[in-house]
Ligand binder design. Sequence first.
Ligand SMILES: C[S@@+](CC[C@H](N)C(=O)[O-])C[C@H]1O[C@@H](n2cnc3c(N)ncnc32)[C@H](O)[C@@H]1O
Length: 199
Amino acid sequence: MRGFLVVGNKAVTEPFSLNDLPGAGRMDVLCRCTSQALFISHGIRKDVEVYLLLLGPPEPPKVVLVKGNEVKRMSPDERNVAGHIRKALSIESGKRWKKVHSGVYVSKKGLEELLEELSNSYSLVYLKEDGVNISKAKLPSNPLFILGDHEGLTEEQEEVVRNYVTLKLSLSPLSLLAEQCIVIVHYELDKPTYSSEIS
Ligand SMILES: C[S@@+](CC[C@H](N)C(=O)[O-])C[C@H]1O[C@@H](n2cnc3c(N)ncnc32)[C@H](O)[C@@H]1O
């Protein structure tokens, strides 16, 4: 499995207008990340889970989970992904995962609680510009990558993350968009399979 957790510090926690995704606390960033994590051309990566931690008003925290092996009627365009997130925000949620529809779940977990849960099934990796150069790092099996939104993680969030991650990984000397990081990670993780297929 591969997982991605995107922390949306401003992303709203109530249903929002599909006509103004940036105005919903940069929901556009979270939608593009979801799309890049899940979709390939004419297909979906069934071994991927995407966790979107929404920390904006009015009811933070909320987490929307999309499971690649279950999700139906999702397409790669931002507006479609946003529609699924909006639906998840329209139902009442508690600490336990609640199914919204096929492959989409919602819960009210904060960062630490979520990391505690995820660390039971994944090796957690924090993506950050000043981490270990990806060309020198050994990626763990079953990785889940933690990314910030347009503003990145706060210092307090980084402190929490530090307690759970096995690796802080840099993908480039440049500060990239979160969705670009996801594409690079997929490329790197796909490489070994691809190489063995062509050799
Ligand atoms: C647009 S960047 C945020 C930039 C923000 N100014 C900061 O200081 O974190 C979004 C996220 O992508 C990830 N990221 C961006 N560039 C990266 C790089 N070169 N290597 C690893 N992760 C990166 C980080 O997780 C970052 O929080």
